[in-house]
Design a binder for this molecule. Sequence first.
Ligand code: GTP
Length: 386
Amino acid sequence: MSEHPLCTQAVVLVGGEGTRLRPITSRVPKPVAPVVERPFITYVLDLLARHGVQRVIFSSGFLASAIETECGDGLQYGIAVEHVVESEPLGTAGAIKNVQSRLDDGPLFALNGDVLTDVDLGALARLHKEKAAMATIFLTPVEDPRRYGLVCVRPDASVSSFVEKPGNEHSGGGLINAGVYVLEPPVLEMIPAGRMFSIERGVFPKLAQAGSLFAFVGAAYWRDIGTPESYLQAHFDILEGALKTAVADELGPGYVHVSSSARVAATARIVPPSYVADGAEVGAGAQVGPLAVIGAGASVGEGATVVESVVQAGARVGAHASVEGSVLVRDSWVGAGTQVSHAILGEACRVGAGNRLANGICLHPGVELPDNSVQFRDVEQSGEGR
Ligand code: GTP
């Protein structure tokens, strides 16, 4: 942390419905979805606290009470947290405008609440000050920028153009808006109050035209957890220590954490990197990992395999079942001998014995499949909103 942080307040946008992450977000908001057994938003709070941010305002909407229950006043994270709940979604700029009365008259960080990163916020704020910018955006390179905001930068770090979701007219890689900014207070005067307004469409292009939008391109780790694939990959990256997190400290040099309250049979194998949480059980001859998370109180039956997957708290994998490239949301069950490959099981699903699920199948929370009823693609995708 720098000794005199230039920016000590932050607005974190956590009001979205997270539709692309269903059924993982069918019953919990994206910021509270567990990532290696911690509510995702705690990674964001850790980042802000590490860089000297003292006050965070959460701009929430969808399932706001779950975020408030999880983070409270932020004391346990060493940062003062306030919650402002929108009665209707105001978009990425409207949501910042909506909390204006809570901000002091200095610059502020604004972050999308679904971004996992170890970006140097101090360096971002220093560039912002040095350039006397109105807004400075953290940019990150991606191979396919189509679902992001594509940004072109001049040699002096000023932004020459900002194109939100460029679509198919753009092929090849590019630098995208990573959803982390520093804003000066006058930027908030560009945003109408009380209605839906997008910072990407309504603010950044105008600032770019005026020459007062700058870009910070760091070599930081960055990923948004907005899709099942990126949610799973975020787990893998944390397990592999691709960025500094509290989990990396727990894993240690062997890249394995097995809670002292977990019960792991002597003949089970925990292959690094892997994380086995409190009260989890792993049966005789089972294999967990590489790249597996077994949540609190979850169980992996005798002879079962869990590879490159997340088995959330309270979920159960039956004897000799196999789970690969998949997420079992909390309290879901997989019967004996069932094979689950590249699938998402919503909360409290019950999949009987002898089934085979694969190829991106997503099951709604609470779906029940009898024994021997499904072989590979027999089930159509049934996640809410799909
Ligand atoms: P999808 O429905 O899957 O697109 O996810 P999302 O609703 O989270 O939208 P998106 O990923 O584009 O949002 C980026 C960040 O902005 C997330 O952290 C959202 O919670 C947040 N966000 C999006 N729209 C709003 C809004 O209207 N109000 C607030 N407060 N936050 C928002």
